[in-house]
Design a protein around this ligand. Structure first.
Ligand SMILES: Nc1ncnc2c1ncn2[C@@H]1O[C@H](COP(=O)(O)OP(=O)(O)OP(=O)(O)O)[C@@H](O)[C@H]1O
Ligand SMILES: [Mg+2]
Length: 307
């Protein structure tokens, strides 16, 4: 069973006679223990989609199912869902961290005692223990964000929605939050993660969905997507001087030789020919050029813009 199944979501906002089509036909699926990176440029429709999944914005069309239940109809669903929304106040500023955890824990179905125990645990885990009785408004931004994540986890949700959890944080606080997300992912928490930090997305996600102007332009396993955009370029490092005959034969195959490195652009079959020329020299390294998610992202977003 998928933890999240969103199908063909549509949302148009209307205000003052103008219509903005924010989301047009978005489908997403997240399995247990999986992290989906949900990426896209500003205004692409990420937050709107996340809010539809969280039951906060009603889709014009399409359906959302969390463990096969509808968050727009079935309040139970909210007990299976944790969310840290972008820019929103996810916690009460006039309550202390511990009070926030207790309040939201009870709201999502825990007993007062269980909420408190779980709250204490999360405060220790996120290194907020020393602030548990201070008003939340007196915490630093980074601490408030850590608290928001703690609150979203208090009832042990099946699905965690994180909409730009590092937005507006300084470098150190952002690192801390990234580390928390990394740990949650490693523990098998199902997460939909929206972020502009593509390095984090690349490190953490099994799968990526890229949205542009309300439509999904790519959806694949992160590895597959990266492989698809990687060039057919190989770099071979040899621990020996290359003699002149070898250099000529390599040039004949279209490989370039620069101090100790052979760079070959071509198909894997040609690569074997290159390696044949190098035999029996000691090879230190053969590496295929790898795209990173930033390249893939920019390519896809531009490709679509040109289309
Ligand atoms: N409540 C609203 N009323 C009117 N238009 C809205 C509303 N919420 C979002 N929009 C519009 O819908 C589009 C998608 O916005 P959304 O917030 O989903 O983008 P996003 O991908 O989260 O962007 P960002 O990366 O900047 O957070 C934008 O054009 C935005 O202006
Ligand atoms: Mg957003």
């Amino acid at each position: 069973m998928a933890v999240l199944r969103a199908e063909n979501l549509h949302k148009t906002f209307r205000s003052r006679g103008r219509a903005v089509q924010a989301v047009s036909g978005v489908s997403l699926r997240v399995e247990m223990g999986e992290v989906l990176a949900f990426l896209g440029p500003n205004g692409a429709g990420k937050t709107t989609t996340i809010k539809m999944v969280a039951g906060l914005v009603r889709p014009d069309r399409g359906l959302v199912r969390i463990e096969e239940r509808d968050p727009h109809r079935d309040p139970w669903t909210l007990r299976r869902l944790g969310a840290v929304l972008e820019g929103n106040r996810n916690v009460y500023w006039r309550l202390t961290p511990l009070e926030n955890l207790e309040y939201f824990g009870v709201l999502r179905g825990l007993t007062a005692g269980a909420a408190r125990r779980r709250g204490e645990l999360l405060l220790r885990r996120f290194d907020l223990d020393h602030k548990k009785n201070v008003l939340t408004q007196q915490l630093s931004r980074g601490m408030q964000q850590k608290l928001a994540i703690a609150v979203s986890l208090v009832h042990e949700p099946a699905l965690l929605l994180l909409d730009e959890p590092t937005l507006g944080l300084d470098v150190e606080a952002a690192e801390t939050v990234k580390q928390i997300v990394r740990e949650l992912a490693a523990e098998g928490q199902a997460i939909v993660l929206t972020t502009h930090h593509l390095d984090v997305a690349q490190q953490l996600s099994e799968r990526v969905a890229i949205i542009r102007e309300g439509r999904i332009v790519a959806k694949d396993r992160t590895k597959t997507l990266l492989a698809r955009f990687s060039g057919e370029q190989y770099e071979i490092e040899v621990a020996a001087e290359l003699d002149e005959p070898r250099r000529r034969r390599l040039a004949g195959l279209g490989a370039e030789v620069t101090d100790g490195h052979v760079v070959y652009v071509g198909d894997p079959e040609g690569l074997w020919q290159v390696l044949e020329v190098l035999r029996p020299l000691p090879i230190l390294r053969v590496e295929k050029d790898r795209a990173d998610l930033t390249e893939v992202f920019l390519k896809l977003v531009r490709e679509e813009a040109d289309a």
